[in-house]
Design a protein around this ligand. Sequence first.
Ligand SMILES: [Ca+2]
Length: 187
Amino acid sequence: MSNANQRFVTTVGVFTIVGAIAAVLNIPEFRSLLRPSGYHSGVSGQELPLAPPPSPPPPEIEVISTVVEATTPGWTNTGLALQRGDVLDIEVSGTVLFDPTIQEVGPDGTPWNASSVGHPNEFMLPKEHLAAVIGKIGDRIFLIGRHSHEIAQSDGTLSLGINERWIPGAWDDNRGTFQVSVRRERQ
Ligand SMILES: [Ca+2]
């Protein structure tokens, strides 16, 4: 082979190797290996920074104030919508007269319960004090009294009431109002 032919073959060989490297570099998968980590290709081919890892949303807090009238029979719907797991802090103040023969009582009610007065089947919570403030979420009924820290066991709306005899006419001789503050924190 002449010197001229050798130079030609060598030159073609060099171009072939350069072309092969260029072709490999053009393969997207190979190119992605050469990129610094922390980047990926967007839909348009632009390089976008990776989104930071998701952090939990901040607690969602709602505070409402409402009243429970001693003359309103049954449940008073607060309209506060709850999800299972919501944490409630309920504070109650005020006094009511629920029986004209005894003095006014606060949110914790009287010292007696339903059995004490001989009407065990007429109260929502017969083991709790008469006239105490009570609450309801879904089917669950619970004592509130002056203060309650509750975790909602189901979705639903918070209703409030008084542990009064749950019969017609029992509320007619009542007087007074309880003031209720409810703080709901959603985790
Ligand atoms: Ca009454």
